[in-house]
Design a protein. Sequence first.
Length: 170
Amino acid sequence: MSQTPRTPRDAAQVPYHRLPMDMDVAEPDRLASLRKLLPSVAAVAVGGALGAVARYGVQRAWPSRPDGFPWATFGVNVAGCVVMGVVVMFFMEIRPAPPLVRPFLATGFLGGFTTLSTYAADTERLVRLGAPGAALAYYAGTLLAGIAGTAIASRLTWRTAMARHRRTPA
């Protein structure tokens, strides 16, 4: 039997450590596929590191009391949603981006900048400290402001681009 399984039945007969990383990629193509991904992985890693450092800076600049409303995390998450609305609209609908821009900005920087885990932990902390109203306001407020921010930013980006396009002579 060859090393690369061709059917699910073949895969069941191959030791786990011998299975390809991606069943759609044949054995000789795996290394080439990995090499193709490395620039995107690097862009995501660098963007993520910069985004996380930026979030850390914001949270150091605007700390909240242990029993207070987490304004820094709220602001970071909403701002990240707004920027994501601009980035996605601009680079997907208006002007195609160079290949590494979206992985760097959207997945990397904004993924590192925004924080679902701190959002969840802050909500749980507020409930545990006896502030269920603040927890609900934070939970719902972040969600609604993030969705609204993304939608408004996307729409404004589109309108701005269309207005500039109409003013530009053909």
